[in-house]
Design a protein around this ligand. Sequence first.
Ligand code: NAD
Ligand code: UDP
Length: 325
Amino acid sequence: MTKTPHAVVTGGSGFVGSHLIDALISDGYQVTSLDNFGSGRPANISHINSDRFISIEHDVREPLPDLEAVDYVFHLASRASPEDFESHAVEIALTNSQGTHNVLSYAHDHDAIVILASTSEIYGNPEEHPQHEEYNGNVNIRGPRAPYDESKRFSEALGVAYQQQYNIDIRTVRIFNTYGPRMRPDDGRVIPNFLSQALRGDDLTVYGDGTQTRSFCYIDDLVEGIRAVANAPQSAMAGEVVNLGSTEEIKIEDLAEVIIEVVNPDCGVVYQDLPTDDPELRRPDISRAGELLGWSPKIPLSAGIKKTIPYFKTEIDAKSFVGND
Ligand code: NAD
Ligand code: UDP
């Protein structure tokens, strides 16, 4: 009989982490979630009814708890909303440095495979478009986003250090803007903001002139990509980095129109200041993920938005969401 693989997921009660856990449980893994519940919520994992799942409240800035044999560590812990980059700056910077160190040393001790969550933010305000993994980015190391994007760059670099020195199997995923159910309505990112505003009948807040672009990936597609990375043979993925995201690029002003049309045509748009260092363009080059994993996203933006609305509607009707702490 083959042993049940054990995966530790840091940030498991967050948006991406909780969906990943659903997939790992259905794939037959034993899963341990480690989360400090800073931006994640117990409600995101309360539906999981499996004796192969446990949730431990733990902050990855502290050494990881002693657990039985661990085969995989998915390191997703980190606040990810630009609204938190200033208010939780030190926490974020340390989560992606000291926290990543704790995760990598733990994986080394357990001889586990690491899937490290990086971000398109490491490309900063890109001068190359679309962004290929070989592009080194254009990041303001002293700007308000630096606690997040520079610490994610360091997190990747620490992964390279562990690989070089200890030869452990680290697979890095650069995640581009992803959305779907279980994002907090008050998360501050654009799709939760726009959906909450439209459902409440408020005008949508477009920052700047709305011509900046993003490429939004539905959560199920992202989880398929992360799964493919974890399942890929060592020869293909160990030490590799791949972009995971949608190539359907849209201006933020057009995203507002899509959401207004689908959710509430009575809403308008109000323009507010563009945050400092807000990237002007963002779209992943996903050819590497295609070649290495045969992965590409399947769910168009309009379909993904429609799949996301019922969750936000329930949340807003129940007014049950918690605020940023
Ligand atoms: P999220 O805020 O919903 O989830 C993050 C989780 O990490 C939360 O449950 C939070 O409580 C937990 N956490 C934060 N700091 C921690 C710490 N020090 N110790 C333990 N737990 C901690 O955000 P998300 O969108 O699910 O992001 C998950 C990961 O994916 C992050 O690493 C983020 O950088 C990355 N990512 C996400 C996106 C996206 O569009 N969703 C894009 C790029 C990268
Ligand atoms: N944005 C906006 N209105 C909002 C929230 C965000 O216009 O209410 C813009 C933001 O300035 C950025 C884009 O939407 O240009 C995506 O923002 P988000 O915070 O979702 O993610 P980012 O890609 O900036 O990390």
